[in-house]
Design a protein around this ligand. Structure first.
Ligand code: DGL
Length: 216
């Protein structure tokens, strides 16, 4: 099966890496990014839609069986438009794992680390509404994280401060709602040790692709 993977930047490589490890023998993986325009997280919806549309053209031309929008920001803001525009193309998206967070939390306090565009989107707000009647959701300011990670100029002190603050506020689940954060997951897990679980979507994506492989 041919799978095309898109992210604004190196988040796509993270998901490709996990898929390759789990299902590599059965997959042909093509990755595209939008290095010129990353980060998307500070952009308007109309711009995110047109940039994502332009960036996935090579994947559409390559006749991918599935296109994985390996970007929370592009999923919550652009995937609906893409599905409308390309009705014959199968898309999989990634959005912040609030449902899983809600299942796992014992304190009923979870934190969602994501880009400003994701947190401000209607799709994300709808998701929150389903769960926030008995769940406190903390949304820390991670607005410069994707850029730091993309440029490999990571301010670990700043990230540590944010994560410690979330744990101090009682969050026992930290949702990584941006695929760029995969690359700092081990660091965040270390800070959260004994206080909070850290969740990110790669296992869920593998499960989804595996099911599609079986149905082919
Ligand atoms: N990796 C992307 C995400 O999952 C977005 C990062 C960005 O371009 O701001 O949201």
């Amino acid at each position: 099966m041919k799978i095309g993977i898109f992210d604004s930047g190196i988040g796509g490589k993270a998901m490709a890496h996990e898929l390759e490890l789990a299902l590599g023998d059965n997959l042909e993986i093509i990755i595209v990014d939008d290095h010129k325009n990353v980060p998307y997280g500070d952009k308007k919806q109309s711009e995110i839609i047109s940039l994502t549309d332009a960036a996935i053209q090579p994947l559409l031309k390559a006749n991918c069986d599935i296109i994985l929008i390996a970007c929370n920001t592009a999923t919550v803001l652009a995937i609906d438009s893409l599905r409308l525009k390309y009705p014959n193309q199968r898309f999989i998206g990634i959005k912040p794992m609030i449902r899983t967070g809600a299942k796992l939390t014992k304190s009923n306090i979870i934190a969602v680390c994501a880009t400003p565009a994701t947190l401000g989107s209607d799709r994300y707000k709808k998701l929150v509404k389903k769960f926030d009647y008995n769940l406190k959701i903390i949304e820390p300011d991670c607005s410069d994280w994707a850029k730091m990670i993309e440029n490999n100029q990571i301010n670990y002190e700043e990230i540590e401060k944010v994560i410690n603050d979330l744990c101090d506020q009682g969050a026992d689940v930290v949702v990584l709602g941006c695929t760029h954060y995969y690359w700092i997951k081990d660091f965040i897990v270390k800070i959260c040790k004994g206080r909070a679980r850290v969740i990110e979507p790669s296992k869920a994506v593998i499960y989804r692709v595996e099911r599609l492989l079986k149905s082919c």
